[in-house]
Ligand binder design. Sequence first.
Ligand code: FES
Length: 153
Amino acid sequence: MSEEKSPWTFIGLVSSFPDISQDNAKCHVLPGCKTVSIPRQGIEDTRLNRLSDLSDQVLVFKYKGFMHAIDNQCPHSAFPLKEGNVFDIEDLGTAGIRCFRHGWRFDLFTGKGDGGPHTLNLWDIELRDPSSLEIDTPGKSDKEIWVRRPLQN
Ligand code: FES
C-alpha cells in the first residue's frame, strides 16, 4: 500500500519570517518564528481540532540562511518546540533546536535527536516565485513559502 503525500500549503512570504540568527537565545513565536496549523487530510473539523492540536502545527523560521519547517510538537513528550531555542552544532557544521521541557536536542537538517530513539519530523519546504505579485511592486524578489507534511507524520 502506498501512502499519498499531503498537499502543499502556502504559509506566507519569506519576508514575513524574520531571521532569528541574531536572537537565538529563545525562539519566540513572534516575531522570529511562526506556527501554522495545517490539519491532516481526512480529519474532521471538530471544535477540538480547531483549538490548536499541537500535532497539526508546523513551526517555521529562518536561521542562518536556511528556512526550517518542523513539527511544533516535541517527539519526546509533546511539548511545544516554539518554546525551545535554536543553536549551532559546531562540530557538525549544522544547527539544532533544544526542547525547553527536558532539554533534548534535535538536528534541524536530519531531525535526529540526542535523547533517545525519537526523531523530529521535518516538513518539506519549497520557496517559490510569487504568483500574485506584479513585476514592479515592492517585494518582487520575495519568495512564497510552501510546506507539506512529511509522510511519517
Ligand atoms: S518533551 Fe521535549 S524533551 Fe521532553
